[in-house]
Ligand binder design. Sequence first.
Ligand SMILES: O=P(O)(O)O[C@H]1O[C@H](CO)[C@@H](O)[C@H]1O
Ligand SMILES: O=c1cc[nH]c(=O)[nH]1
Length: 234
Amino acid sequence: MPTPHNEAKKGDFAKTVLMPGDPLRAKFLAENYLEDVRQVNGVRGMLGYTGTYKGKEVSIMGSGMGMPSIGIYSYELYTNYGVENIIRIGSAGSLQKDVHIRDVIIAQGACTDSAWAHQYELPGTFSAISSYDLLEAAVKEAKEKNIKYHVGNVIASDLFYHADGEAAMSWCKMGVLAVEMESYALFSTAAYLGKKALTLLTISDSLVSDEPETTAEEREKTFTAMMEVALEIA
Ligand SMILES: O=P(O)(O)O[C@H]1O[C@H](CO)[C@@H](O)[C@H]1O
Ligand SMILES: O=c1cc[nH]c(=O)[nH]1
């Protein structure tokens, strides 16, 4: 049952796993929101926890940065541990002037500059989308919590530092809300395996305005609106 990247045993993960890129965000969330919490993975420092939230069993585990990393962890959670739903809770850079620092994005779909979907040998382009019931539940919860949120497309990029500084502007023109680095692989893996996935993002910086960006500590500990939506719908 353990994998090269996960030492958890069968039954250690809940049906729903919340996945921040940063394992320390997983630790923060587990320690501050879960009851009866136990660590289930520590391989490579990719911390994973299972506990209860309002009486419901939930797991939280880091995904690491980028599509190869979330591709490994999500595939193993879905196939080896019987996980049904993965909700990514990440940070992202805004690509639209009306998407501000700390706003929440509920990702309806993800574009990519990666070759991720080539492995499926499709006779065309795969549109990676989130699971509608998770999306609908997140929108309902965000409304109830009076959170400032946007629903739409994101770009999952292989590149954080792009040689072409203007590359993001092409996605901006297509109405894409924000840039991050994992959702295309997550949504595609879920589709391929017949599982469910959603991404919630908090805007940490802007590529289109001079709003001051958030610090690493703020990204780890203060993106709680998004985290609470994810916990409620888990
Ligand atoms: O905050 P996380 O979830 O890691 O998400 C974003 O932050 C990392 C880049 O700084 C990438 O993983 C990107 O997708
Ligand atoms: O600009 C950003 C911010 C967070 N994550 C990214 O991938 N890009």
